[in-house]
Design a protein around this ligand. Structure first.
Ligand code: FAD
Length: 364
């Protein structure tokens, strides 16, 4: 085994977060390997919203430029009581060069980051799984399965971007406390004609549940609901031509108690999971990854866990409250949502800070 490889950082997982960590290390000319247990890149488009902070962080590697060419700018979110518009959140009101949400399927975001990573000379090593590790003061001894063959590798640091069921987090014995919301949610990506505002994202409050409708490409829409069978709940008057993907999922809010032990670090879903409302999951993970990579190269690693845990905790609190509020059918919350919020959100001093928090600006 090549000795320079043995002095490098090992990133586990080639989801958006692992790719972002490897990309930033490669851009900073720091030796890095990235392994992925799956044999092929994912084709699933779980996250479809890229926010301003992610675009800021990816500017130095020019990935932002590439993403902007591929994505669709979403200027606002419309909130509707059934069919009636009650209020709007306008990203364009934020004074920032990226004052929009960028719609792009997660699979394309991953492909874009991986392409850039390849340009920096780093290939994702697929069909390679981290099985175990042991750390000493100076390094982390990693036990890998490479296409079924056992291997060992000494890394200076190990980054666990290995998703919500993180092997690294479990082996470190880091608790992942939190809770799961009752009931199944559902989503689908459909090719359709939709009578709602096609430029903006739409959130409809119905007595039987909420419905999100967001266009992310030509006539491709993501629809999602806090109830099962979203295809039976589409906006009135929609004409579906093709269903591309559908899935049911549950929503949990959990956060790792610490984001590192010694030289082993967690980032992304390995460190935090929450409701997709607000589109923060992948984005906050890319923030973790980029900041961690910069700290590995430039110093300041000792503050990574504390700083990112704080951002994660406050985001999870906000997203959880927003989700409970949006999905509530209680009379008081429904009244506040339909009559009080539309009034207070007309004030920029209320709307601006809310949007900034939603898109990850101002807290990291
Ligand atoms: C329905 C849904 C909608 C969502 N919408 C949004 C949205 O609009 N915006 C947003 O920001 N977020 C959204 N999210 C969240 C987002 O998809 C996740 O936050 C994101 O995928 C997390 O990325 P990750 O790289 O941390 O983990 P993952 O994407 O889970 O990637 C982890 C990778 O690690 C690999 N791996 C695991 N263990 C090992 C091992 N031992 N060795 C090697 N490889 C390993 C896995 O195979 C996997 O490829 C959504 C999530 C869901 C479920």
């Amino acid at each position: 085994m090549n000795s320079s490889k043995n002095r490098c950082v090992l990133v586990v997982g080639a989801g958006p977060v692992g790719l972002a960590a490897a990309l930033e290390l490669a851009r900073l000319k720091h030796p890095v390997r990235i392994i992925e247990k799956k044999v092929a890149p994912s084709t699933q488009s779980k996250a479809i919203g890229i926010n301003a902070r992610t675009l800021e962080l990816m500017e130095p590697s020019s990935v932002t430029e590439m993403l902007l060419k591929r994505g669709l700018k979403i200027p606002r979110i419309n909130f509707l009581n059934e069919e009636h518009l009650i209020f709007q959140i306008e990203f364009s009101k934020v004074r920032h060069r990226y004052n929009f949400m960028l719609g792009l399927p997660q699979s394309e975001t991953e492909r874009t980051v991986e392409k850039k990573l390849n340009e920096f000379g780093i290939e994702v090593e697929r069909n390679v799984e981290l099985i175990n590790f042991e750390q000493s003061g100076e390094s982390v001894r990693c036990f890998l399965s490479d296409s079924g063959n056992e291997m060992e590798f000494n890394a200076t640091h190990l980054i666990g971007a290995d998703g919500a069921r993180s092997v690294l987090r479990n082996k470190l014995g880091i608790a992942f406390p939190g809770d799961v919301m009752q009931g199944d949610w559902s989503l689908a990506d459909v090719y359709m004609d939709c009578p709602l505002d096609n430029e903006g994202a739409n959130v409809q409050f119905h007595p039987e549940g909420i419905l999100f409708t967001i266009r992310f490409k030509e006539k491709h829409f993501r629809v999602a609901s806090n109830k099962p069978n979203v295809l039976e709940r589409l906006p009135k008057g929609s004409q579906v031509h093709n269903v591309i993907w559908q899935s049911d999922f549950t929503v949990s809010h959990r956060q790792a108690e610490s984001y590192n032990i010694g030289r082993v670090f967690l980032a992304g879903d390995a460190a935090h999971i929450h409701s997709p409302l607000g589109a923060r999951g992948m984005n906050m993970g890319i923030e973790d990854a980029t900041i961690l990579a910069r700290k590995i190269v430039n110093g300041g690693l000792e503050s990574y866990s504390r700083e990112r845990h704080k951002v994660g905790a406050s985001t999870i609190r906000m997203v959880k409250k927003m989700t409970e509020f949006a999905t509530s059918t209680g009379k008081t919350k429904t009244f506040i949502r339909n009559y009080f919020l539309p009034v207070i959100l007309t004030f920029d001093f209320v709307q601006q800070p809310l949007i900034k928090r939603m898109v990850g600006l101002g807290n990291s």
